[in-house]
Design a protein around this ligand. Structure first.
Ligand SMILES: [Zn+2]
Length: 245
């Protein structure tokens, strides 16, 4: 009988300067969640090779969202389907295109990050965003549009769930995998780090109030939690049967 329970394997560990890239597999599918930055390509390929795998063994890539640190090795998987929300794809493509435009990019950035001025270091944050865009953004590295399947209309394989956590960016998707025991929660940037580390080099939330709700929701889920930019940790499962004891 085919084992349909999902197992998790972190290929690129999340840290303050790089996002987690995670392999989910069961007897039927191999799914890679997020693919990292261009300079991490070699590390990602080595991690696959160490497991006896090559890119053609990865049937599906899932992108939690399209910030540069999560998607720029998609191009290494030309035979995989790529699952993502169309909302985050459109939003991030439009963001980077506008940010790369010379004229008045600071003002344009406010359209995407309306809470920019609520933060002390707003100018520095926006400068960082532009620096990242100039240095890394390359649409060709996202894979071909024909590879994409939008999560708004296409379901993930059985036992994988998509949780929309839009506080970080519109359409951001966290992934929950059912292992038969505790759930595995790939939080991505809905939960940057276990302790809420603000050294993480990523953007301010699109919506702070929602971002705080997303983080609380993920912690309340319990199980094996993989943050976007930190080591995995275990969070206690909710005591659903507390009244029965
Ligand atoms: Zn992000």
């Amino acid at each position: 009988m085919v084992d349909t329970r999902w197992k998790v394997d972190v290929l690129l560990s999340g840290s303050w300067r790089g996002a987690a890239s995670v392999l989910l597999s069961n007897g039927r599918h191999r799914v890679l969640v997020d693919t990292g930055l261009p300079h991490e390509a070699h590390q990602l390929m080595s991690a696959l090779k160490a497991r006896g795998l090559q890119p053609t063994d990865i049937g599906m890539v899932v992108n939690t969202h399209f910030h540069v640190d999560h998607v720029l090795n998609n191009g290494l998987f030309p035979s995989s389907l790529i699952y993502a929300t169309q909302q985050s794809y459109d939003w991030c493509r439009s963001l980077y295109a506008d940010i790369l435009n010379e004229d008045g990019w600071e003002k344009v950035a406010l359209k995407y990050y309306p809470e920019t001025h609520d933060y002390d270091k707003s100018a520095a944050n926006m400068g960082k965003l532009r620096k990242f865009a100039l240095r890394w953004w390359d649409v060709k590295r996202l894979g071909k549009l024909s590879q994409f399947r939008w999560l708004e209309t296409q379901p993930l394989p059985d036992g994988l769930e998509c949780l929309i956590t839009w506080g970080h960016v519109p359409g951001h998707a966290s992934i929950i995998a059912h292992s038969g025991e505790e759930p595995i929660v790939i939080a991505a940037d809905a939960l940057l780090s276990h302790a809420g580390d603000d050294r993480v080099l990523t953007m301010i939330p699109f919506n702070r109030a929602q971002y705080d709700r997303d983080r609380a929701r993920i912690l309340a889920f319990g199980g094996h939690i993989i943050p976007g930019h930190d080591q995995a940790f275990d969070s206690p499962l909710p005591a659903a049967d507390a009244n029965l004891r």
